[in-house]
Design a protein around this ligand. Structure first.
Ligand SMILES: Cc1ncc(COP(=O)(O)O)c(C=O)c1O
Length: 426
């Protein structure tokens, strides 16, 4: 199904919406009562199946590779978890890396490339999360390379391909650019960036942070000639405490920390936690279940693709509603005092991670006003290290980030719009 055919998205039927919501924990309330959770970019609503996996599997103490049958069960769970991570990435090549956070994955990959690949400069986008930016800055300094920074386009909240062309040259060691921004929601044209970078320097190592994009849009490494990617299951309906990376064959073989009895392309270090791998499978099971509500297929990747496409359409439908409103309610674009930042009219280039500001209030006060009204959002604001470089590149000192996911409903978007109208009048 082409996503371009639905420039305004396509909402779930009531029945699918209901079933989807039933599969997640705490959709409507937390320990303090009812609330609407629009802070999924900080950590997403979580699947019940992921929580269940922890209890069911981590209650068994058995070590992998032992003689008892319980160990075989755990071995099989881990094997399936790796297979399912490859369903997400869509490649059988390269190596998978699982650490405690996406930042650990990123620093280790950037370090291995910086220490082992020849070249004079390292290129990173200004929009990166500190895991992407600081890792490149840190290792550029440590290895005596020039740091080059791709600037953002404030109209779209993306990095233009021209920035890649301007900065990458024959001496570039690596290019690191995120798939979509955790502040603007802008989806970068990674395919074109890769093409442009490789036309200038075919050997450049390319790293893509897909932490924010993975829960909203499809990843397909069979079509992207890159060297590394990372995702974070806790932004993708799963549990905290895990970051996942993928590295290409040539990147996997670069010298890196490893246990020496394993193959030189192995990056895993230490004991494997089977419940974590069951959590990866629970995420893929869920997305495939969603896909199976729309198509019949015996192929897991086909179902996964359909599921992600439906998530994308639902979220685009919700984003359109937030921006344009309904017959009864004005959308953000027409509420006086509200400014939608990086408001690219082409919603197919946006994940529903929406930066807004108010003329009448600073962003922290506004975020707290939303919370008072039972709607959880968060401000991304200078001088916080996680926000400063990014918001300043857009010419701002802060934004309120509104980040629902597909299990949120049109009614919740309407409640958000009503709260916004009240806050705009304070
Ligand atoms: C785009 C992006 N990359 C990387 C990370 C880092 O993830 P982790 O907290 O697992 O290190 C985040 C977390 O917010 C993020 O939004």
């Amino acid at each position: 199904m082409s996503m371009k055919n639905y420039p305004q998205g396509l909402l779930f039927s009531d029945e699918i919406q209901k079933q989807v919501r039933e599969k997640f924990c705490n959709v409507e309330s937390d320990s303090f009562g009812k609330r609407i959770f629009f802070e999924n970019s900080g950590g997403s609503l979580r699947l019940k199946a992921c929580i269940q996996a922890v209890a069911d599997i981590d209650s068994h103490p058995d070590c992998l590779g032992r003689h008892q049958a319980q160990a075989d069960v755990l071995d099989a769970i881990v094997k399936k978890g790796y297979e399912d991570l490859r369903i997400i990435f869509n490649t059988q090549k390269g190596s998978i890396i699982t650490y405690l956070s996406a930042s650990q994955v990123m620093f280790n990959i950037v370090g291995a490339i910086a220490h082992n690949v020849k070249g004079k400069n390292m290129v990173v986008s200004v929009l990166e999360h500190p895991s992407g930016f600081d890792s490149v800055e840190y290792y550029a300094k440590q290895t005596g390379r020039e740091l080059r920074v791709l600037q953002s386009n404030p109209a779209t909240g993306c990095i233009d391909v021209d920035e890649v062309i301007r900065n990458v040259d024959k001496d570039t060691v690596l290019l690191s650019c995120m798939y979509s921004s955790n502040t603007t929601g802008g989806i970068n044209d990674i395919e074109k960036m890769v093409e442009a970078a490789r036309a200038i320097n075919p050997d450049v190592y390319i790293i893509v942070d897909a932490v924010q994009h993975a829960p909203h849009g499809l990843i397909d490494l069979s079509k992207l000639d890159i060297d590394a990617m990372d995702i974070a299951p806790y932004k993708f309906f799963g549990c905290r405490g895990s970051g996942v990376g993928w590295v290409s064959d040539r990147c996997a073989k670069l010298p890196h920390n490893r246990i020496l009895c394993y193959s030189e392309d192995t990056w895993e270090l230490g004991s494997t936690a089977p419940h974590v791998f069951a959590g990866y499978s629970a995420i893929v099971d869920y997305v495939c279940w969603l896909g199976s509500q729309y198509i019949d297929s015996a192929d897991r990747r086909t179902l996964f693709e359909e599921g992600i496409h439906r998530i994308e359409l639902q979220e685009r439908g919700l984003l359109h509603r937030a921006l344009e409103g309904t017959a009864m309610l004005p959308g953000l674009r027409s509420i006086p005092s509200v400014q939608v930042i990086c408001d690219n009219p082409d919603l197919t280039q946006r994940d529903f991670i929406l930066p807004i500001t108010f003329e009448n209030l600073d962003v922290t006060t506004a975020a707290k006003e939303y919370i008072k009204r039972g709607i959880y959002v968060f401000e991304r604001k200078s001088p916080n290290h996680y926000s400063k470089r990014i918001v300043e590149s857009l010419g701002l000192d802060g934004v309120i980030r509104v980040s629902p996911i597909h299990c949120n409903s049109p009614e919740e978007v309407d409640a958000f719009l009503r709260a916004t109208m009240e806050i705009a009048k304070l």
